[in-house]
Design a protein around this ligand. Sequence first.
Ligand code: NAD
Ligand code: UDX
Length: 470
Amino acid sequence: MKSIKKICCIGAGYVGGPTMAVIADKCSRINVNVVDINEERIAAWNCNNYEKLPVYEPGLKDILKRCRNRNLFFSNEIEKNIADSDMIFISVNTPTKTKGIGAGQASNLKWIEACARQIGKYAKGKTIVVEKSTLPVKTAKTIKSILQSFSKIDDENKIFHILSNPEFLAEGTAINDLEKPDRVLIGGEDQEAIDSLKEIYLNWINEEKILTTDLWSSELSKLIANAFLAQRVSSINSISALCESTQANINEVAKAIGMDTRIGKYFLKSGPGFGGSCFKKDILNLIYICNHYGLDQVATYWENVITINNWQQQRITQIIVNKMFGNVDGKKISILGFAFKANTNDTRESPAIKICNDLIEEGCFLSIYDPEVDIKQITLDLDQKPVNDKLILQNSSCWEYASTIQDSALNSDAIVILSDWDNFYDLDFENLINIMRKPSWIFDTRNVVDISKAIKYGFNVWSLGNGNIN
Ligand code: NAD
Ligand code: UDX
């Protein structure tokens, strides 16, 4: 078995960065080089100001302080690092295709292919190639044929082994998930290559948590894990609406069903719909694969997980407008939370994007606060620049960036809570009720508010899935 001394990871994103940081931290004898085509991103990873790292993830900065420039390096030197490494992780983006065959469902694998070609061209000797990105089942076959074409033509000494090692981390808890994973999955054909990767993980993970399998089961398991998780969120969200109509309470229902060990208590929190770069993309990909194999009923089954998710996002805007006398035109609404969940600066597929755009379309003025998402990102997501302060009162259908909860709530008619950051659990109602317009509303899509306390201070409260008060 080949002991790995040098790793290259192509893709310095939300997966490549934290994953390689943890490997470098746990394996001080391995040199880990994270490379990317994006120069700005690499510069941000190398920045001395840890507040400016491209990924906000609790615990990440401490690891970087220990490992960066010790055995963890970020650079744009892709070719050199490919050539020098024994093991190469591919951790690039695999978004949904936006045009051509399979548009709106299939994954766009152009970045994966580009990596395979670069590896084929620059790698030397025996190289283990690890799929870290989430990929449609059978992608390893494509990578293999690209790589083999290089060993045949270029250099017969180039030998490639392909492994599938999907990443199960969730953003916001990535470091903990990487340090203490429920399992590590390695799919492959060559036992020695599997053992080489396993040896790395054995530095901090117990052997019984390392699962080895064939390539196709590993690739498919990643898509299915995300589909099952998203399905639970859509299931509980569908029931949140039923609770609102029946005076039941979604938290009580979730607790009662979750105590059944067959159901389990995790992933039963109702909210404004799932966001993030993975769930929707991976289910769409699953649907595409099912249709490809003629499994139309299976495809339709999974489509409904997305249908409920879209509906949940839409219905929240409708509720806000209805409760505010059917009109939000000219009103100011404070949005708390723009990231797709707490403890991340990632806004990809965040329900906040759809909800904010819908509210702006209704004519209101939004004041958006998020502890980690910056103004540039919100401007990109809403495809609209924020307004200049002086114009605020005359404007409708626009938004501003707020640096504090207080600034966001000032003179607003309503607060809408869209993600569950810690500081939203403990809002200063006494202060907020005094600086807001009356009647003052709180719309809580994450069940973070102490309802009776908020009502005591004079707020009207709508809380997702709570049939007692809505
Ligand atoms: P990301 O967009 O944050 O990062 C991908 C990076 O790859 C970008 O910085 C991009 O510039 C770089 N890149 C693309 N092509 C390249 C090339 N040819 N050479 C060098 N660099 C290149 O994406 P991400 O969120 O890190 O996701 C990466 C993969 O991991 C995806 O397949 C995703 O589905 C999967 N995944 C993501 C998560 C998550 O929570 N974000 C979790 C598990 C799995
Ligand atoms: C997910 C998977 O959890 C992870 O294993 C995979 O590797 C990548 O995709 P991520 O998208 O980062 O991770 O976050 P996750 O915690 O799964 O949340 C996804 C979305 O579902 C968020 O918008 C979150 O708010 C929502 N969610 C999650 C709920 O609304 N309720 C829940 O109970 C759990």
